[in-house]
Design a protein around this ligand. Structure first.
Ligand SMILES: Nc1ncnc2c1ncn2[C@@H]1O[C@H](COP(=O)(O)OP(=O)(O)OP(=O)(O)O)[C@@H](O)[C@H]1O
Ligand SMILES: [Mg+2]
Length: 231
């Protein structure tokens, strides 16, 4: 049993909550393979008898749809984008993540606050502002960062769903065609993630190899984090 530890000042009512579960974050840019890896990881953990809950960026009941609508109309400014992300995260933290951790679940988070940091800073917000805004986040037990180079990423995205407006960062590069915009924007995001990975001491995995290889390394890291003593 342990209590949550937060990056900054958490609201008083979230402090001193006893939790039994583990919070495992899988971070990485658009299309790198997070969903694929989390689905396999979940099945593997469940076979071992762990109760597993999943939470994903922008999937909150409160504002998930609002974010989708705002994105489809391309109406977001960098500030409103960031504030909506913070709201989405706060809703999932209170309604999904903390209850599941209290009940002893392994919570698998598909992206976390670091995605907000990377995207917001690339769009011109101050790093310190974004970190402070989102500092009500609990510190995860493990953050695995799926690292990929931009050329491998472009191939992967083109072969699957194709490139969309936001993955291409077209709001940042309106004058470029969708492919060039994707390469420029994703390169900026990947650079920003490198800085964040060092700052927050991510467990970095090379995600450019085959799915099975990435999964096997992910399992090793997650096993260690789950069996680590917490008292
Ligand atoms: N290691 C890999 N090698 C080759 N292809 C992969 C690998 N991992 C995932 N893929 C493929 O890349 C595509 C994107 O994978 P996936 O949906 O898991 O990524 P994601 O990070 O969850 O994407 P999104 O950001 O859209 O949620 C899928 O078609 C998937 O099969
Ligand atoms: Mg996904």
């Amino acid at each position: 049993m342990k209590s949550l530890s937060f990056y900054g000042a958490a609201p008083a009512y979230l402090e001193n909550i006893a939790i039994e579960g583990k919070l495992i974050v899988v971070e990485g840019t658009d299309g790198v393979g997070r969903s694929t890896q989390i689905a396999d990881l979940r099945a593997w953990l469940e076979v071992q008898g762990y109760a597993v809950a999943e939470t994903g960026w922008t999937r909150s009941k409160l504002v998930g749809k609002t974010i989708d609508e705002a994105k489809s109309g391309h109406e977001l400014s960098p500030l409103t984008y960031t504030l909506l992300y913070a709201c989405d995260f706060a809703d999932r933290l209170e309604k999904e993540i903390i209850p599941a951790l209290r009940a002893g679940y392994v919570v698998l988070a598909d992206r976390y606050i670091y995605t907000a940091m990377a995207r917001s800073v690339v769009r011109g917000l101050e790093p310190a502002y974004v970190r402070s805004l989102i500092s009500f986040a609990p510190k995860p037990d493990l953050v695995v960062y799926l690292r990929v180079d931009v050329n491998t990423l472009a191939r992967r995205v083109l072969l699957s769903s194709g490139i969309n407006y936001w993955e291409a960062g077209k709001d940042r590069h309106p004058g470029l065609d969708i492919y060039d915009s994707f390469m420029a924007y994703q390169s900026q995001i990947l650079n920003e993630f490198e800085r964040i990975a060092a700052e927050f001491q991510f467990h970095v995995l090379d995600a450019s190899g085959p799915i099975e290889m990435v999964q096997s390394r992910l399992r090793e890291a997650v096993s260690r984090a789950i069996s680590a003593k917490t008292d």
